[in-house]
Write a protein that binds this ligand. Structure first.
Ligand code: ACO
Length: 370
């Protein structure tokens, strides 16, 4: 038995939700480029869950369901108020989402209907949790979700208590579409492993949030913004990046396990970053990002991934940097739950083996003789 480090190249599941073939990402066979231009996030969530795009009435029904489920139990809000000042936003999200299960009477109902309902509930409630956390830590009251709004619109509204600009809603919606699913990425795999024990969907999503938090996965978008803040000016890009490369440090937002010729989602976020910069009349973050890309791609051949340009986009939308990864989760919960439902449909416990490299032929030594 020989292990493959990081399971690289191992095909661990069959799935009909999304695919990456020859560097092209599709959701249910539809190219992400087409979806990024034309689809709303709600259409994409429906597509991932049902395997087809919704009709108008199916879409209206889903948006109505999101509206119905978007409020979170008062006990979960009370819990958010008890978190320590300065709590890590992904740790807070992981805890709050786990606690939602305590107040859902069908949390352990494993029927197909109940599991689908919980997928819709989680999608509806994640934005409410993130917005409530962000407001409570600033000493503000959470804003209740409004019925009939898109997820992107409602999230920005709950975050600020103000009606967001159309351009902000569109940008957020596109970002959600681009992050919704990505084959067997680390967090999705974590979710599938958890529910393959026939544990519940809340446990699966909680595992996934824990995996997404890490800077080698979703946490990279926040780390990119930390880097942009540290660099500060266009003139400082070259010495800063050169120093990182000389020290053989990783540059966050670059590289990918699967894409070696570039992440197809990055170009959409790059365009969005440019457009938001033009609208703001401040191209600094966009220009810094372009320069970083030139240097990293030029010297290391590494291309930006989905996290790189999302950092400048979210910042230009006025979003605090530690909410970037929670926003990733707001989108990816659609994919996580689609994979969880798929896992339940044809389940087998996921239990691989390890290549043992430890000592052999050892014996117990009495404590006095050690
Ligand atoms: N900066 C500098 N060098 C890099 C980077 C980077 N961002 N990414 C990979 N490399 C180098 C590695 O140092 C390694 O070089 P070596 O062979 O000389 O040791 C080589 O490229 C291969 O890198 P690995 O880390 O082994 O590649 P792996 O497939 O395991 O990792 C990963 C992929 C985790 C995405 C990696 O590229 C990375 O750490 N990137 C930065 C973090 C990041 O942006 N993560 C977000 C990914 S997208 C997502 O999850 C949403």
């Amino acid at each position: 038995m020989t292990a493959t480090k990081g399971l690289e190249g191992i095909v661990a599941a069959k799935s009909s939700i999304s695919s990456i073939i020859d560097g092209v990402l599709t959701y249910q066979g539809i190219n992400i480029d087409e979806l990024a231009e034309k689809a709303s996030f709600e259409e994409v969530a429906y597509l991932l869950w049902h395997g087809k795009l919704p009709t108008q009435s199916e879409l209206d029904a889903l948006i109505a369901q999101f509206g119905e489920y978007a409020s979170i139990p008062s006990q979960v809000i009370d819990g958010l108020r008890l978190y320590p000042k300065g709590a890590n936003s992904m740790a807070a999200l992981r805890t709050a989402i786990s606690s939602l299960a305590l107040y859902d009477s069908e949390a352990n109902d494993m029927s197909t209907e109940a599991n689908y309902r919980k997928a819709v509930k989680l999608q509806a409630q994640l934005p409410t949790v993130v917005a409530a956390f962000a407001r409570i830590r600033e000493g503000k009251e959470p804003v209740a979700p409004k019925k009939g709004l898109s997820i992107a619109h409602n999230f920005l509204y709950m975050l600020t208590s103000e009606e967001p600009a159309e351009v902000a809603i569109e940008a957020m919606d596109k970002a959600l579409v681009l992050h919704a699913d990505h084959e067997l990425n680390a967090s999705t795999f974590a979710a599938r492993v958890t529910v393959a024990t026939l544990s519940d969907i809340y446990s699966g999503v909680t595992s996934a949030i824990g995996a997404l938090k890490g800077p080698l996965h979703g946490g990279a978008n926040e780390a990119v913004m930390v880097m942009l803040d540290e660099i500060g000016t266009l003139a400082n890009v070259e010495p800063y990046i050169q120093n990182k490369l000389n020290n053989k440090e990783k540059v966050m937002g670059f590289g990918h396990r699967v894409y070696k010729n570039g992440d197809p989602r990055a170009k959409h976020l790059m365009q969005m970053s440019r457009q938001l910069g033009e609208l703001k009349g401040d191209m600094t973050l966009y220009e810094m990002s372009i320069k970083i890309e030139d240097l990293i791609t030029g010297q290391k051949g590494l291309k930006p991934n989905v996290d790189f340009y999302s950092a400048s986009c979210y910042t230009m939308l006025g979003i605090p940097r530690d909410l970037f990864t929670p926003i990733f989760a707001i989108s990816r919960v659609s994919g996580w739950s689609a994979h969880i439902l798929e896992q339940y449909q044809d389940n087998r416990l996921i239990r691989p083996r390890a290549e043992y490299v430890g000592p052999v032929d050892q014996h117990y030594v009495p404590i006095a003789q050690r």
